[in-house]
Design a protein around this ligand. Sequence first.
Ligand SMILES: C[S@@+](CC[C@H](N)C(=O)[O-])C[C@H]1O[C@@H](n2cnc3c(N)ncnc32)[C@H](O)[C@@H]1O
Length: 217
Amino acid sequence: MNEPYLFDIYPQIKSISYDQDEILNSISRLYLSGSSFDLDVTYGKGAFYRDLPAARYKFDLNPSAPEIMPGDAKHIPLKDGCISSAIFDPPFLPGDGGGGLMIRRYSHCGSMEDIWNLYRQGIKELTRVTVSGAIIVVKCQDCLNARSQYMTHLEVGNYAIESGLYPIDIFILLARSRPRAWNHKNQNHARKFHSYFWVFKKANRNIPYSMARGLKK
Ligand SMILES: C[S@@+](CC[C@H](N)C(=O)[O-])C[C@H]1O[C@@H](n2cnc3c(N)ncnc32)[C@H](O)[C@@H]1O
């Protein structure tokens, strides 16, 4: 008789999924003892909470409902060290503030530099408002803009390490389709069909982390 493979018996928590809710549930089970986030600083429409209970503190620069408090992720209106888990999902595309509702939610009125600055300041603020041992999740997506590659997930990892956070996990959300620009004729780079959920831990001691760890000079 053939022995069943272990992966047939135990449902595994995987690093990839086509389903955002599955990724959020995996993060909750692995790192939040099955609970939801304390704080969401870019709440939007609350799409993260189809399966999980809504975050206790909900902020957004442009709140879409009365239960969401107005707040800038660069200056979170909370005192130091009062939050044990948080999620951050700022706009990831540069834009001019025009276009349809979806474009306005996912794009930022400004340049790529402004977007990266928002990630950097937001991560710094989240480090300030969280307790030691806290879990901080950052959703991000790389993008191609004006023929330049912007590997935002690398920037985000570096900003977190710079703020003293430890990258404890990463999940990749896959997309089955992407809208195609009407003026897209020649393709020079791979079209991106994925985004990331970084999971960082605010460790209670400084865990040395560096790309060069273990390498001898
Ligand atoms: C990608 S959407 C978030 C989607 C959200 N996770 C959801 O489930 O609907 C980005 C959100 O960040 C908000 N935002 C943009 N700049 C911000 C800032 N500086 N501080 C807080 N929120 C901001 C936008 O209003 C928008 O709702």
